[in-house]
Design a protein. Structure first.
Length: 79
């Protein structure tokens, strides 16, 4: 029985070692890719899109206030 237990523990330790090795390699690869992307972003920066402001925001806000008032009036009349 102790021989089977030792084989099982050995197999478990080897398996956990391989998982740990894989995770360490994956973390190192992610750090490497992050450095490459940072370097490429310095060489080829993305252009930011310019968003124009709408000047009719106050008119739409007034329409929204009116719609809210109408909805509240309808609710109050049903009660």
């Amino acid at each position: 029985m102790s021989e089977n237990l030792m084989i099982g523990l050995t197999l478990m330790i080897i398996g956990m070692g391989f998982v740990m090795l894989f995770l360490c390699i994956m973390i190192a690869a992610m750090f490497g890719m992050s450095a490459v992307v940072r370097y490429l972003n310095k060489i080829f920066p993305e252009k930011a899109e310019v968003v124009e402001k709408k000047k009719s925001a106050s008119k739409s806000a007034a329409k929204d206030d009116e719609a809210v008032a109408v909805a509240l009036a309808a609710i109050m009349s049903k009660r």
